[in-house]
Each structure stands twice: as structure tokens, then as C-alpha cells.
Design a binder for this molecule. Sequence first.
Ligand SMILES: [Zn+2]
Length: 118
Amino acid sequence: MAQRLGRRLCESCKSEEDLPQAALLEEGFTQEDVDEGITLYKAVGCNKCAGGYKGRVGVYQVMPISEAMSRIIMENGTSVELADQAAKEGVSDLRRSGLRKVKAGILSLEELNRITKE
Ligand SMILES: [Zn+2]
């Protein structure tokens, strides 16, 4: 299971950020997300935080182990083989998991982009 730690947006000073629909889709949000309405927040900074961030937030890649994947593991397959299989199965990736946190208003898009850049 992959994990990345990002800086959590400060609740006291985070401010709403408007992005056009096209940009949201480009960042990886689904049309469904956009239709529901997404409020993005960006870091500002106040006397209670450091540059708009306070604490940490974990972004996890949840990878359910399928039969095909456990076979690769048992046969001592490489992580590349596993990643290929995961991609084939459409496993929700780190980014989708992070986007949920962005949607929940605890992570900024900027921060997600920083921590998911390989
Ligand atoms: Zn603050």
C-alpha cells in the first residue's frame, strides 16, 4: 500500500478557490464530482499555522488484492508486474484517493500535485 503525506490545510484561514470545470476535469475529478459541486481551498496563512498549513494528512493508495495479483505475489513477481496488473484492473490510484481529500477540503490541489508528482 502506497502512502504519501501532505500538509493539511489550516481550518482557520483556508480560502475558497474557484476553478473552471474544464480545469477540474483535467486535474482528475470526474464529471460526477463536478456536477455535485466541488469547493476547493487554497492555503493562505495566519497566526495559528505555518503558511496556511497545519498538521498532516495521509493519502493512501488502497489496493485490493485480486486473485491475479496474489498469484503474481506468490510467484515472486516484480512490483512492475503488480503495478501493471493493478492498472489493468482499474485500481483506484493515489491521485483519486487524494482528490477525495481535496473534495473534503482538507488538502489543497496544489499540495496534492506536489505529493503525487513522481
Ligand atoms: Zn491558518
